[in-house]
Design a protein around this ligand. Structure first.
Ligand SMILES: [Cu+2]
Length: 487
């Protein structure tokens, strides 16, 4: 029914548990599709799963075409589907003029498959390839992205949706909503933006948000996208009145949190970062930081409704349309939605199921988030990524990490290889892999150390990550020189 209904991709016939699907129109040109098939053929044997060909590409963001780096010429990259307990096989083919990797964000994955350069693998050189094969233990909404340098602020990301074979939710249809902030090919590259930022002093104090406790981002991206489309030529989600629809929202942006609302509807939040809520939460809007995901259900009314994602504190927005009536006139992309200013989701509203609760921690360790006086270096326990903080854990223990934000900005902190339990006052709290922490705030996250490896623990503001805010969460004695192998 929808132009974006799940169209089986060229590789589906070749896949086992994982399948890749792609949009039928909009973001991919025929020439690029041909090139993808060519890359597969050039390998001489059929892949047993998905092939992600990272290469320079021209992609349309609706109102204009931009030069960027993309997977298979698509923005977002191809949708990868799997089933909980199943195996994903994905071959990364690097046709970029730079090293790259793929990180499977939020997946409790085996360490060698995590795509973390210098931590779990050597980056794949130009012309090289790497086969990722891993089990997906948990159902839910995830995504994948490059973990090298500023590449995640290009088109090198895509949704990874893990179905629950015993899905308890009842709904008629689902849509994936991938949010992004975009500058590549418009105001230079993300590397140019980082260089400019590093050459400047102080932050743009006009980018402010009460919700985020002060300065909200490092820079203004000229576009904000839903599924690769700018607000002027929006994505349209087609459905019918009365349908119950599951929306899977992914924030793949580099520097923008979004406040999300659907005009004329309340939303029932069912999942945070892939994990189900013990009790769904009815709200009007939610804030989603970089790397976070939320799923919500709505029963759709009759009409054409604005799906708005305000780039928090930036006076800009991503915009799409949910249409259940052909006759209804399209909503104004600048519409003021009362839902955006009504009941907002809080972390304290979220609780994981009892079965997903982690053991009580036996000790705690503090991670202080800081900023050096330059304003362009962000630290964990005073250290930068080139000589990183390392939290040492032993297999089988549960550790409480006390996040103490002494820096003047909020940070979406992301842990690889695990999902932690965010301990909220007097409640169980949600299982998450990414958590927003505001200036002067302290948060407790409990981690059960059941997945040995040397894992990244970092801010998912890509600019902060590249300005040092990256540490290690490692089992036992530190591996010799591992962290420095990429410097
Ligand atoms: Cu940060």
């Amino acid at each position: 029914m929808s132009r974006r209904s799940f169209v089986t991709g060229a590789f589906a016939a070749l896949t086992g548990a994982a399948t890749v699907t792609r949009a039928a129109a909009g973001t991919v040109s025929g020439a690029v599709s041909g090139a993808v098939t060519g890359a597969v053929a050039a390998r001489g044997r059929p892949p047993k799963g998905v092939v992600l060909r990272a290469a320079p590409a021209k992609v349309s963001i609706g109102s204009r075409t931009v030069s960027t780096w993309a997977y298979d010429g698509l923005l977002p990259g191809p949708r990868i589907e799997a089933t909980a307990g199943g195996v994903v096989r994905a071959r990364l083919v690097n046709n970029l003029p730079a090293e790259t990797t793929v990180h499977w964000h939020g997946i409790r994955i085996a360490a060698p498959m995590d795509g973390a350069p210098g931590y779990t693998q050597k980056p794949v050189p130009p012309g090289g390839s790497f086969d990722y094969t891993f089990t997906v233990p948990d159902a839910g909404t995830y995504f994948y992205h490059s973990h090298v340098g500023m590449q995640n602020d290009r088109a090198l990301y895509g949704p990874l949706i893990v179905a629950d074979p015993h899905e308890p939710l009842g709904y008629d249809q689902e849509f994936t909503v991938v949010l992004d902030d975009w500058l590549d090919g418009v105001t230079g590259t993300p590397d140019d933006a980082l260089r400019r930022l590093n050459a400047s002093t102080g932050h743009d104090d006009t980018l402010r948000s009460t919700l985020l406790g002060g300065v909200t981002g490092e820079l203004r991206h000229p576009y904000h996208l839903v599924n690769g489309r700018a607000a002027t030529t929006p994505e349209v989600f087609a459905s019918r009145p009365g349908r119950v629809v599951r929306f899977r929202v992914i924030n793949a942006a580099a520097d923008s949190a979004f406040r999300v609302a659907l005009g004329g509807h309340r939303m029932t939040v069912t999942h945070a970062d892939g994990f189900p809520c013990a009790r769904p939460v009815e709200v009007d809007t939610f804030l989603i930081g970089m790397g976070e995901r939320y799923d919500f259900l709505v029963r759709l009314g009759d009409g054409a409704f604005p799906l708005v994602a305000v780039a928090e504190g930036k006076r800009a927005r991503a915009f799409a349309i949910v249409r259940t009536s052909r006759a209804a006139s399209p909503p104004d992309r600048n519409v003021r939605l009362s839902e955006l200013y009504a009941r907002i989701l809080r972390y304290a509203d979220l609780n994981c199921r009892r079965a997903d609760a982690l053991p009580r921690p036996s000790r705690s360790v503090t991670v202080t988030l800081g900023m050096r006086p330059s304003g362009n270096e962000w630290t964990l326990n005073g250290k930068l990524s080139d000589d990183p903080m390392r939290l040492r854990v032993e297999r089988g223990e549960t550790v409480r990490i006390v996040l103490d934000n002494q820096s003047p900005m909020w940070h979406p902190m992301h842990l690889h290889g695990h999902t932690f339990q965010l301990r909220t006052a007097g409640a169980r709290g949600p299982r998450k892999d990414t958590v927003n922490i505001l200036p002067r705030e302290r948060l407790n996250i409990d981690v059960h150390a059941d997945n040995p490896g040397e894992w990244m623990f970092h801010c998912h503001n890509l600019y902060h990550q590249e300005q040092g805010m990256m540490g290690a969460f490692g089992y036992g004695r530190p591996p010799a020189g591992e962290h420095r192998m990429h410097h």
